[in-house]
Write a protein that binds this ligand. Structure first.
Ligand SMILES: [Zn+2]
Length: 153
């Protein structure tokens, strides 16, 4: 009996971690897909800019074409930010982080970068946030419930 109980438990554990892994891979794949999508959007914008520059500068003889491409440049910056955010999410999914110095990917808990040797800052952001909120809301106010709800976005 004992053996089979153990075996059952082990199988459940293995299944759970396998399922978790599958979920992570699926989420990672989704992010990769979105990132590629964003990158091709940026490529399209670059092409547009090229066309605008050629049309205005060469064909229409305009010296100053800043205004014509301003929106496009803004879009590139916005999409680039989105990509960075998604890359961060991907790293978190894989329990990895990026080197502050050389952007090398490494284990989340690594204290030094295996590539450049740079010391990594301790990442306890979430814990720090919780502690701060608790000390801020020592008094029992009604707003506490509201902030509690707003937190989960
Ligand atoms: Zn490094």
């Amino acid at each position: 009996m004992d053996f089979f109980e153990k075996l059952g438990k082990k199988a459940t554990e293995t299944f759970n971690s396998a399922a978790e892994k599958t979920n992570k891979i699926a989420a990672d794949t989704k992010l990769k897909f979105k990132i590629n999508d964003c990158k091709s959007k940026i490529d399209d914008i670059y092409k547009d800019i090229g066309r605008i520059v050629y049309q205005n500068y060469v064909l229409d003889g305009k010296e100053d074409i800043k205004e014509e491409i301003a929106e496009h440049l803004k879009s590139i910056s916005e999409i680039t930010d989105q990509i960075e955010e998604m890359e961060k999410q991907r790293l978190e999914l894989c329990d990895k982080k990026q080197c502050e110095n050389c952007k090398n990917e490494m284990d989340k808990n690594a204290k030094f970068c295996p590539k450049c040797g740079a010391e990594q800052p301790e990442e306890e952001v979430h814990e720090a946030e919780v502690v701060e909120e608790q000390t801020d809301n020592v008094s029992e106010e009604k707003s506490e419930e509201a902030t509690e709800e707003n937190k989960e976005e």
